[in-house]
Design a protein around this ligand. Sequence first.
Ligand code: ZN
Length: 116
Amino acid sequence: MPAPNSRRARAAKRRTRRVAASGSDLTEAEWFRILDAWQRCAYCGADGVALQKDCVLPISRGGRYTLENVVPACRSCNASKCNDEVTGWMRRKRLDEATFLLFWAQTCAIFRRADA
Ligand SMILES: [Zn+2]
């Protein structure tokens, strides 16, 4: 850890603020933790496919790239969900909304415990 007022610490703080302002403050390490927890598309359960970052609460609705708001989604779910509200979209697509919400709550609890 650099001293609190060192040049490196100040630069790190500036960087943190800049990234937070851009709304994409998810680190690569956090994305891997998310992938590790889900290991498949959060919405349709597809595995063995390329997974993309999807904001459960879309950016356009006030969501942000955080450990708890980002889930892995396959290309087809990601493109289809787009800016839709997640539960309404899942119901329309006849996806398993209950399983998604349960698993999402569990992963959020795991992340919170790990960071506590
Ligand atoms: Zn999917």
